[in-house]
Design a protein around this ligand. Structure first.
Ligand code: IPE
Ligand code: IPE
Ligand code: MG
Length: 239
């Protein structure tokens, strides 16, 4: 049996389909999805999860219709404003990963404000992946390392896993223990490529707006029953 996962990451998917099924506009799905975020954050705190990382907007999501992108950005600002006091009350520290400079100024400003105001909180670390792409993250890291090698700041022989980790957006995050994706899609969609190397994957058909605290508890329970072998044999682990 595993202990509780230390780092849970979620690909929150299915907002659009949830709305379609109800004959509503996609925006309704995103609004309901924001409510799910609130519940899941609360439950993760109650479960003693140390790190919760949520995929909120990918670098590829800019390809969606302009109206939808605008609505998502507005919803983000509103949610940050609305949830701020709850984050403080629950001692949660907010941070973000992704390219902040590519976000509209109101989103960036609000995000920086909340990050700053919660930076001394000592509870769960909630990381929002915004304008995030796993390949972009690795590319940026490689570029930064190449630059340091070129300027003799590090020697190429010294480049190891920790060098790479130090140059990722996610440098202060431990490896993902449990990766959840809702909506029945079974793919990674360019999320946390480095940090999911040994993550336990959990796919569930439930659409994100319908995902409940209970569903998070189920995912965690499922995780605790798995055997994480990290290349070893089952026998080695049990003896
Ligand atoms: C997830 O739901 C939210 C974002 C990607 C921002 P979707 O909007 O992808 O919902 P579906 O996949 O179209 O149902
Ligand atoms: C992944 O969901 C991104 C987020 C949840 C923010 P998508 O709905 O964009 O992924 P694909 O396009 O179905 O792979
Ligand atoms: Mg989707």
């Amino acid at each position: 049996m595993n202990k509780q996962p230390k780092h849970v990451a979620i690909i929150m998917d299915g907002n659009g389909r949830w709305a379609n099924l109800q004959g509503k506009l996609r925006v309704k799905g995103h609004q309901q999805g924001a409510r799910t975020v609130r519940d899941v954050v609360e439950e993760a705190t109650n479960q003693g999860i140390e790190y919760l990382t949520l995929y909120a907007f990918s670098t590829d999501n800019w390809s969606r219709p302009k109206d939808e992108v605008n609505i998502l950005m507005k919803l983000l600002v509103n949610s940050l404003k609305k949830e701020f006091s709850r984050l403080v009350r629950n001692n949660i520290r907010l941070q973000s990963i992704g390219n902040l400079d590519g976000l509209p100024t109101p989103v960036k400003d609000e995000l920086i404000y909340v990050i700053k105001k919660t930076k001394n909180n000592t509870g769960m670390i909630l990381t929002l992946a915004l304008n995030y792409g796993g390949k972009e993250e690795l590319t940026e890291a490689m570029k930064a390392i190449a630059f340091k090698v070129k300027n003799s700041i590090i020697s190429p022989e010294k480049v190891d896993e920790s060098t790479i980790i130090e140059h990722l957006y996610t440098r202060n995050l431990p490896a993902v223990d449990l990766l959840i994706r809702t909506s029945g899609e079974e793919r990674i969609s360019n999320f946390l490529l480095w940090h999911i190397a040994y993550a336990e994957l959990y796919f569930v058909k439930t659409l994100w707006p319908d995902f409940k605290k209970e569903d998070l508890r189920k995912a965690i329970e499922d995780y605790t029953k798995r055997e994480r072998r990290f290349g070893k044999t089952s026998q080695q682990l049990t003896s």
